[in-house]
Design a protein around this ligand. Structure first.
Ligand SMILES: N[C@@H](CCC(=O)N[C@@H](CS)C(=O)NCC(=O)O)C(=O)O
Length: 219
């Protein structure tokens, strides 16, 4: 029996499908060839047990034997420790992976996420706050573009940093924000063409599709 258990929601509405962060973990597990089992928690009601694993009532979290860890970044790091396919053991390239993993989440996702919320709600009013966010995001993306123009992957080879960064950029791309950033667009294409991404993405979509079918059988 596998000792890796990934927890995600039992169901989510259509818009976030294909973007729920369990995808990052499924992807890493596929890249590393680690078998796992998916478990679910209700999307609608968040229990105290759910909060005991993920203190914000979110997903994903991963159980690895007796260890339970939440947050896609922490989980990617945890899995990186288990597989050279995700993070090299050699200290120099490993440090590069770690810094870029944090940069993906802390420098890029922190700007892409609020932008995506505005776009999702079609809130394009040119308020000062929105303009500041746009400028901030532009700067982050322009710097990532310059880096990706020089190399295929963020560290020496594909790693958990690329899982995080390409998934973050995928969200920007969803709202056409990479239109003038060809290196970012190519990077997202390169990353999402990987068989491990395709499998992880298909598995997430199939998971929520099965939930729809189960719901309609009960209706
Ligand atoms: N920093 C967390 C964020 C987790 C997160 O935002 N999860 C979303 C799904 S992708 C969620 O659970 N949303 C429901 C909610 O916030 O209530 C991570 O990287 O895992």
């Amino acid at each position: 029996m596998t000792d890796l258990v990934l927890t995600t929601f039992d169901w989510v509405p259509e818009p976030p499908r294909g973007f729920v962060r369990d995808l990052r973990i499924r992807w890493a597990l596929e890249e590393a060839g680690l078998s796992y089992r998916a478990e679910t928690v209700p999307f609608r009601e968040r229990s105290s047990d759910h909060f005991s694993h993920q203190p914000f009532g979110q997903v994903p979290w991963l159980k690895d034997g007796d260890i339970s860890t939440f947050g896609s970044g922490a989980i990617l790091l945890h899995l990186g420790e288990r597989s050279d396919a995700l993070m090299p053991a050699d200290p120099e390239p490993r440090t590069k992976v770690i810094e870029w993993l944090f940069a993906a989440l802390n420098s890029v996702e922190m700007a892409v996420l609020p932008y995506s919320i505005f776009m999702f709600f079609k809130d394009t009013a040119a308020t000062p706050g929105r303009k500041a966010l746009d400028d901030f995001l532009d700067k982050r993306l322009t710097h990532v573009e310059a880096v990706l123009d020089q190399r295929d992957w963020l560290a020496d080879s594909f790693s958990v940093a690329d899982i995080a960064m390409s998934d973050v950029l995928r969200l920007a791309d969803r709202f056409d924000r990479l239109a003038s950033l060809p290196a970012c667009r190519d990077y997202v294409r390169r990353a999402t063409a990987r068989p491990a991404f395709r499998k992880a993405h298909a598995d997430q979509l199939a998971h929520f599709e099965a939930a729809d079918q189960a719901k309609s059988r009960l209706a």
